[in-house]
Write a protein that binds this ligand. Sequence first.
Ligand code: NAD
Length: 366
Amino acid sequence: MSAYSLLILPGDGIGQECMRETRRIVDWAAKAGGLTFTITEDDVGGTAYDRYGTPLADHTLALAKKADAVLFGAVGGTQWDDLPFDKKPERGLLRLRKDMELFANLRPATVFAPLAAASSLKQELVAGLDILIVRELTGGVYFGEPRGIETLPDGQERGVNTQVYTTSEIERVARVAFDLARLRGKRLCSVEKANVMESGLLWRKVVTRIGAAEYPDVALSHMYADNCAMQLVRAPKQFDVIVTDNLFGDLLSDCAAMLTGSLGMLPSASLGAVDAKTGKRLALYEPVHGSAPDIAGQNKANPLATIMSFAMCLRYSLHQAALAERLETGVLRLLEAGYRTGDIMSEGGKLCSTTQLTDELLKILA
Ligand code: NAD
C-alpha cells in the first residue's frame, strides 16, 4: 500500500464547504487506489486568526513543509476586512507560498464539453480546450529590488519596481514546464517580451538552452506576451503548455481561466523544488476562487474546483495518474449527466447543492 501525508487547510467561507466534500473524494481515492492517507487538518486565514491570532501559525507552516501535499480551500471574509495588513486572511496564503518556496504555479484551463456554452468565446473555439499555464511565482517584478515610492528634489514622486530574474530561477521553472509538457502533448511555448526587456532576452536564452540540452523531445516555441494574450482569445487550442514569468503569468492565466467561463471549475497547483535527499517536492493545491462570502454557509458552492485540485495532487504529488484521470473523467460524466451547482446552471440542468453534487459524483465513481 502507498502511504501519503496530507495537510488539509479548509480556510474560510466556502473553502470549508468545498473541502468537506473533497475529503469524501479523498476517501474514495484511498479505497479505489488502495492508498493510505494520514490526514492532518488545521486552520488558515480568518479562522486561524480567530483561533491563533495569526492567519498562519508557525506550527501550521511546519506541518505544510512536512506533508506530501497541502490541500487548501480559500481564505477571506468581510469580518476580517479591518484587520491590520499583516493579520489579513490572505497573508496566510502568501506566507505559505513564500516560505514553502512554491515557485511554479500550474493553472490548467480545461473546457468540459458540456460547459462550452458558458465561455465568453464561441463554443467551437473552446470546446475541448486543454491548456496548462506554468507561471513563475516567487520572482520577477513583484519581488525585485529596488522598489518603492520616492520623492524627487522637484517634489514629484517616483514609483519603482524592478523586473529581475537569475539563471537559476528561470532554469527551475523551465524544467517544471518541460517535465509537464512531456507528460502531455510535448509542446511548450515560452512567453516573455525579449523584444523590449533584457530579462526577457535572458529568459529566452536560458529556456532555449535547457530545452536543447535536456528536452530535445519537447517542441519549444517562443512568443511575445502581448501576442500570447491575443492568441489566447483568438485560437486558444494552439497551445499545450505555456511557461512565463510572474507578471505575464498573472495576467495570462486569468485570461486563460476565463476562457472556461466558470470560477467554480478552476483548480491550481503550486510546486516547490524537489528535495535532493527525499526526492519529494513541496506542493500546495487550491481552487482559483476565493471564499465567496455571498454564498458561504448555504451549501450552494461548486466543489469541483477543489475536487479537481485534489486530482492535480493525485497526479503531480502522489504520482497516481490513473486515479487522477478516473476522477476527472467522473467529473466529465457528472456534467454530461446534467448535474450542476448554481454557478454553472443552464437550461435543463439538474440543480444540486454542494453536497448533492458530490453525492452524484461518488455514485458515478463507484
Ligand atoms: P470569490 O472567488 O470568492 O467570488 C467571486 C464570485 O464568484 C462570487 O459571486 C462567488 O459567489 C462566486 N464563486 C466563487 N467560487 C465559487 C464556487 N466554487 N461556486 C459558486 N460560486 C463561486 O472572489 P471575491 O468575491 O473577489 O473574494 C471574496 C473573498 O475571497 C475576499 O476576501 C478575497 O480576498 C478572497 N479571495 C481568496 C482567494 C484565495 O483564498 N486563494 C482568492 C480570491 C479571493
